[in-house]
Design a protein around this ligand. Structure first.
Ligand SMILES: Cc1ncc(COP(=O)(O)O)c(C=O)c1O
Length: 405
């Protein structure tokens, strides 16, 4: 099928397996069965319409981080009640749009945001439903520092020591309804300990807020971050994770919210690319592909590992740097990798590219963005058409209209 897709759609192309996404979703939901819970797929991981539609049909809600994601979520058929809104820099317009959509929760990350939201809600004659996103300040071990969000001093969430004050303020503001407490500690978190510690801290805060008169709190949002295997990392043991969390929340009358992204889609996707050239330089052997860092940024940005193999291995092996055509030395998918000795025109698959792949892609070097395809059993469909050169310049103005001042 990969060869048929390449022939029809060209390369580079992201390909997602619907069955794999359904499987991950079912595993998570089954493990949480015994407690009231909601899965809000963190759509920043992959916000393509086909993926959103699939997850909506499975019963998921979404976690959004921008007005653009709100737009996409509504377009995919989610209603406001299916949506929670995270992010440190929500603008007035984004908050207004979210309230107008009837959002379930705004996960408020600062006092400034809380005051602005109160104002915006007042202007709309509405009451804003919120959760306090708190930085639980727990030790989180992730493969890359960029994916830690729950440690002291980071930009995310309300510092734990200030959360009670911000909670008091929320209770005093006329257009705010405090409905939840929330954290998101990081991404690729395979250890259960930070979740346990963070959840305990959220429950402590919940107890303190109740003493302050917060009687409407109904949600305990413990974020996303469940880990998958790219190479030899430990994936989160979901059943053990769920058991650990459920033990802590057993007697707590709150609905648990989870915001998994990568866990649902990471290993359900691959990037199909064609070898353009082989070359050697200074003792290094290069495989040069038609996909570049603009298509899949993770190796360059996070030094991330992605397994790479030939669609039709020729039996030869070697040690290669797999690089793209972008004019940057950081444009690589693998360095010094022992792998199939792919030749020009061979197809390669770059695995585990379902999360933070296409959605992080750009048109750098004026490279149109890749196509996306969904496979379901023995059928496949184009989900996103490949961009054309004319898309690159569609919003550019060739005759500038100058303004004075
Ligand atoms: C607030 C929030 N929730 C959930 C996620 C999803 O993380 P992951 O894809 O690791 O599950 C993120 C990712 O950074 C996030 O910022």
């Amino acid at each position: 099928m990969l060869e048929a897709i390449a022939a029809e759609v060209g390369t580079p192309t992201f390909i997602y397996d619907a069955a794999a996404i359904r499987g991950q979703y079912a595993r998570l939901v089954n493990s949480l069965q015994s407690a009231p819970h909601r899965i809000h797929y963190s759509m920043k991981a992959n916000s393509s319409h086909a993926i959103l539609s699939l997850l909506r049909e499975l019963g998921a809600g979404v976690d959004i981080v921008s007005g653009g994601e709100l737009f996409r979520a509504l377009r995919a058929g989610f209603t406001g009640r299916d949506i929670v809104f995270s992010g440190v820099g929500k603008t007035r317009t984004e908050l207004k749009d979210a309230l107008e959509a009837g959002i379930l929760l705004v996960n408020v990350e600062s006092e400034g945001e809380l005051r602005l939201l109160n104002e915006v809600a007042g202007e709309l004659g509405a009451v804003a439903p919120i959760a306090l996103r708190v930085n639980p300040e727990v030790t989180v071990d992730t493969p890359h520092p960029y994916t830690r969000t729950g440690e002291r001093g980071l930009k995310f969430g309300i510092p734990y020591a200030e959360a009670i004050q911000v909670g008091r303020l929320a209770l005093s503001l006329p257009n705010i309804l405090l409905l939840g407490v929330d954290m998101h500690i990081g991404s690729q978190v395979s250890s259960l300990e930070p979740y346990r510690a963070g959840t305990e801290r959220l429950l402590e805060l919940h107890a303190k807020l109740r003493l302050e008169g917060a009687n409407d709190i109904a949600y305990l949002d413990i974020g996303g971050g469940l880990a998958v295997t790219y190479n030899d990392e430990l994936a989160t043991d979901v059943e053990a994770f769920a058991a650990a969390i459920l033990r802590i929340v057993e007697n707590v009358p709150l609905t648990l919210i989870l915001e998994p992204g990568r866990f649902l889609v990471g290993n359900a996707g691959l990037l199909l690319t064609r070898v353009v050239y082989r070359k050697s330089s200074g003792g290094r052997q290069y495989i040069i592909t038609d996909a570049g860092m603009n298509d899949l940024l993770r190796p360059s940005h996070y030094n991330a590992y992605h397994h790479i193999e030939s669609v039709r291995p020729n039996g030869q092996r070697g040690v290669f740097d797999v690089v793209g055509p972008v004019c940057e030395s950081g444009d690589f998918f693998a360095l010094g990798r022992s792998m199939d000795a792919a030749e020009p025109d061979d197809l390669l698959v770059i695995r585990s590219a379902g999360a933070y792949g296409f959605c992080m892609s750009s048109t750098y070097n004026s490279r149109p963005r890749a196509a996306e395809v969904v496979v379901d059993g023995d059928r496949w469909a184009i989900a996103t058409e490949r961009e054309e050169y004319s898309d690159l310049t569609a919003r550019e103005i060739t005759n500038l209209t100058w303004m004075d001042g």
